[in-house]
Design a protein around this ligand. Structure first.
Ligand SMILES: CC(C)(COP(=O)(O)OP(=O)(O)OC[C@H]1O[C@@H](n2cnc3c(N)ncnc32)[C@H](O)[C@@H]1OP(=O)(O)O)[C@@H](O)C(=O)NCCC(=O)NCCS
Length: 283
């Protein structure tokens, strides 16, 4: 069983059952900051983040950890982690990490947009508490706190469980495939206060960032790809469990459903495997 108990009292570190940890690794409103000192608070928070982050990566069968103290401290400056604790049992129940990223994203017409949306970077509920509403409770808290509609988030390679979660609780089913590892749903581009619509047509990897390519900037190519690790020549859907879209998916990419993604027909799955070198382009 993965660890969720600690030698110290969680209530000394976190002011609420759901509290925010920023890149400083000191929970906002930490009750015992004066008494313990910042160094001890950081050490304890680091232990929790390292343990929970490892558990999250294991739960998603990821080869590398997405959340730990080091990544939190040295990641994007506006990263924010919501930590969910059960003070009665002194257990850490789950975490939800968000942050903003520069992304190049396709809308439903195949037009590419340069944006800086809020993203879901990691989400984990301890195995002993899964499927009991804890995830919904944590996620709802974050949505209220951020005041951002769920469909306006981009999600860094969601797991299949998270895809089911979003369908179950928020009726999100229609995915717009992208060239990076992020998933956005129908409604992502609708009614956004933070984006007025700088658009460019996708011209393939060799074209680079449309603006830079036009200006003859040789770095345009890499700039376009800086938002994620793995890129492809065509828009695809990337799931954390290694799932990818069948090659012919692009022909019907604007009416994708979860059923299509999670259960590709056997002959398509076969073809996908054979064509993996063509469709997966590691930079
Ligand atoms: C995804 C996760 C955070 C959801 O938290 P949770 O507390 O289980 O979610 P809730 O209890 O609020 O909601 C339950 C819904 O989530 C989805 N879900 C959760 N676990 C699931 C599972 N094992 N299989 C399929 N769907 C699952 C279902 O839609 C479920 O509704 P249902 O029980 O009616 O089918 C949690 O399951 C988890 O930590 N999974 C492992 C890590 C992970 O995949 N994280 C997502 C990273 S992108």
């Amino acid at each position: 069983m993965k660890k969720m108990e600690y030698q110290f009292r969680l209530a000394e570190l976190f002011p609420e059952e759901i509290s925010i940890v920023t890149t400083e690794l000191v929970p906002v409103g930490c009750p015992a900051l004066q008494a313990l000192g910042a160094k001890v608070v950081r050490e304890r928070v680091s232990e929790i983040l390292d343990t929970m982050g490892r558990a999250s990566a294991e739960a998603q069968a990821l080869s590398s950890v997405i959340t730990n103290a080091d990544r939190m401290r040295n990641g994007e400056p506006d990263q924010k982690l919501y930590m969910f604790c059960d003070f009665a049992s002194n257990k850490a129940v789950g975490l939800l990490k968000i942050g903003k990223k520069k992304l190049f994203l396709f809308d439903g017409t195949g037009t590419q947009h340069e944006m800086f949306p809020s993203c879901i970077m990691d989400f984990y509920i301890h195995e002993s508490r899964q499927r009991q509403g804890a995830g919904k409770y944590l996620f709802e808290h974050m949505l209220r706190d951020e005041a951002i509609p769920v469909e306006h988030f981009a999600i860094d390679r969601p797991s299949d469980k998270f895809i089911y979660f979003l369908r179950r609780h928020y009726s999100l089913t229609k995915i717009m495939p992208q060239v990076n590892n992020f998933v956005v749903f129908d409604g992502f581009f609708r009614d956004r206060a933070d984006y007025k619509g700088k658009k460019a047509r996708w011209g393939g990897l060799d074209q680079g960032t449309p603006d830079k390519a036009r200006a003859g900037d040789p770095r345009g190519h890499t700039t376009q790809l800086e938002d994620s690790l793995d890129y492809n020549n065509e828009p695809l859907i990337h799931l954390r469990n290694g799932g990818q879209l069948p090659p012919n998916y692009t022909q019907r990419r604007h009416n994708s459903t979860i059923g299509d993604i999670l259960q590709p027909p056997p002959h398509q799955a076969q073809r996908n495997g054979n064509a993996s070198n063509h469709w997966s382009h590691n930079m």
